[in-house]
Each structure stands twice: as C-alpha cells, then as structure tokens.
Design a protein around this ligand. Structure first.
Ligand code: C5P
Length: 316
C-alpha cells in the first residue's frame, strides 16, 4: 500500500499516460472453408500471414469509453460503442474488474471492409493498449481467450507472424517460416461484407456440401523452405469464387497482375482486396491500376501481431 504522496504520483502518471499500439493487416495464404456449423460460423482451415500494413490505436485514460477514427476511410468505421475496439476495451475491463474507461483513437492504415482484418487489428490493439494502461497484466494466452470472444480473426491479430487457424479461425498454431514475402495489394473501389460472401459460398455449395477442410501440406513445406515460387502455386482461397460472383470486376484485377509478372494473385479473405505475390520488393504492376482499383500498396510479411510502440524506436 503506497503513501498518499506515492498514490497521487501514480495517479498523475496514469492521468498522463498515453499508450500507442500498432496491429497488422493479414492476408490468408490459404483459406479452406468447410460446412456451416450450428453457431452460424463455418469450420475452416486457414494459413494467416500478417503483413506490414498497420492500424495504430492510441489509448488514454478516461472515465467512459470513447473512440475517434482518423484516416481516409474513417467515415466508414463506426465511432460508437459498436466499434470492435470499444467492445474489446469494455470486455477487458469487465474481465479484469476495472471500473475506469478509455479514450481510443484509431488511425486507419488497413483498408476498411477489405478482407484484411482491419477491425480485428483494432480490437487486438485495444486489448494490448488497455492491458498496459490499466496494468491488468494478462498473459498473451489470456488475452487470446478474450480476443476469441470478439471475433474469429482477433486472436491472430494479437499473435501475428504466420499461423494456421482452425475451428472458426481462432485456434492458432504458429508456422515456422524462413524469409520475407513481398506483396502488392490492390485495394478495389468497392467493398464486400464478410457475412455476405460466406452466404454466397453456402448458396454455391447448396447441392454440393463443402468437405471438412484440411491443412495444405505443400503450402507449409514451401513456407518452411522459403520457396516463394512453390508457394505461389499453393495460394488458395475457397471464398474467391463467391467474392467473384458478388464482384465480377475482380476477375480482371486478378488477371492483370499475372500479366504484369506477379507470381500469384489471390483474393484476401472474403475480399475484395487482391494480394499479389511479387518476385522482388520493387516489382511494379502497372496494369493493375484502373477504375476498379483505388490504390496499389506494397507490404511484406510476416510481421508481429499487436505490439506497444515504444517512443524513439524505429519499426520496419
Ligand atoms: O468473427 P467475425 O465477426 O469476424 O466474423 C464475421 C462473419 O463472417 C461471421 O458473422 C460469419 O458470417 C462469417 N464467418 C463464418 N465462419 C468463420 C468466420 C467468419 O461464417 N469461420
């Protein structure tokens, strides 16, 4: 128990505290979707891969829970209690018995509704940030358990790297990889809703039920061997045909990248972002840019999951 002076010094420190966390986007190197479960989710096997496109969440002390969203697509993100980062902060407080609130500021660098787990990244960052702000001291395993209650991709946003996801995607096994993969991401002008893409998948499999999914062994071998060309032949997404049915314009983007010498092209998650695996970091994809694509951004992976940003440290 500290003295009055200790306590007021600690309270003052808490008042001035400003925690900054950044969390990465993901692409799915493979996404094998199985049958619909009774809880409304699909059994799946995926290989998540965290890439160097980040959201930054700043967490500051507050009596209540508030969120401010900044960035070019900020208007498309809810700035109220339905925001997944606010739900994450509230759930952490409830779990830890914390009565304080938190003021969250989200700087969006990850495309919104792009199939790159931007909302999950914000939730993971809010968990790490609030844990640091309140000194709740949860382990990564404990935070992962809380993350799984928020959404299927949130545990991976905490972990980062490259990992196999099973169940709804929340049961993770890290994958040993060597080397760095270089990507160009085509960000389409339109959005796709994840539940809508899964619904389309179900319609397409109404007469031909999806098989229970399996871990793709050749993909894992290519990752371990750092064999980028072998990996290119293994990128695979069961949701891609459903995303293409909802957004037929994506087909032209996928083909344009191959014509420009990309090693492979795959829709990321439920889309509509298209990820191109590049033969070299500076490889250009001039034909991909067009009316259907608002921007092409480069990134690399794997990168770590949600982490505190220490002042003065340079992060690649
Ligand atoms: O968990 P999260 O809220 O990110 O999932 C969004 C939606 O994606 C779910 O409501 C569900 O429609 C679909 N989904 C699914 N099966 C999974 C993961 C997500 O059907 N394994």
């Amino acid at each position: 128990m500290g003295t009055g002076t200790d306590r007021s010094a600690r309270d003052e420190r808490m008042q001035n505290q400003r925690i900054v966390v950044r969390a990465p986007a993901k692409v799915n190197l493979a996404l094998r979707v199985g049958p619909l479960r009774s809880d409304g989710y699909h059994e799946l096997v995926t290989v998540f891969h965290a890439v160097s496109l980040f959201d930054t969440v700043t967490v500051e002390p507050a009596r209540d829970f508030t969120v401010t969203v900044r960035g070019a697509q900020a208007a498309q993100v809810p700035a109220d209690g339905t925001n997944l980062a606010v739900r994450a902060a509230r759930l952490l407080a409830r779990t830890a018995g914390v009565t304080a609130g938190a003021a969250l500021t989200i700087d969006k660098g990850i495309p919104v509704a792009g199939g790159m787990a931007g909302g999950s990244a914000d939730a993971a960052a809010a968990l790490v940030g609030c844990d640091a702000l309140w000194g709740t001291g949860f382990t990564l395993a404990e935070l992962t358990g809380i993350a799984a209650e928020l959404g299927a991709d949130v545990p991976f946003s905490l972990l980062g790297g490259t990992a196999i996801g099973t169940g709804r995607g929340e049961e993770l096994t890290p994958v040993l990889t060597h080397g760095t993969l270089h990507w160009a991401l085509a960000l389409p002008t339109m959005e796709l809703s994840t539940p809508a893409v899964f619904r389309e998948f179900d319609l397409m499999h109404a007469e031909d039920p999806a098989e229970p999914p399996a871990v793709p062994p050749r993909l894992l071998a290519a990752l371990t061997a750092a064999d980028t060309r072998a990996l290119a032949g293994q990128l695979d997404n069961d949701l891609q045909p459903a995303a293409l049915r909802l957004q037929p314009g994506l087909a032209a983007t996928l083909t344009a990248g191959s014509a420009d010498g990309a090693l492979a092209a795959v829709v990321s998650g439920s889309g509509p972002t298209v990820a191109f695996l590049l033969p070299a970091p500076a490889h250009e994809l001039p034909s991909v840019v067009g009316p259907a694509v608002r921007e092409v951004v480069r990134c690399h992976g794997p990168v770590p999951g949600a982490r505190l940003v220490e002042p003065g440290v340079h992060y690649a």
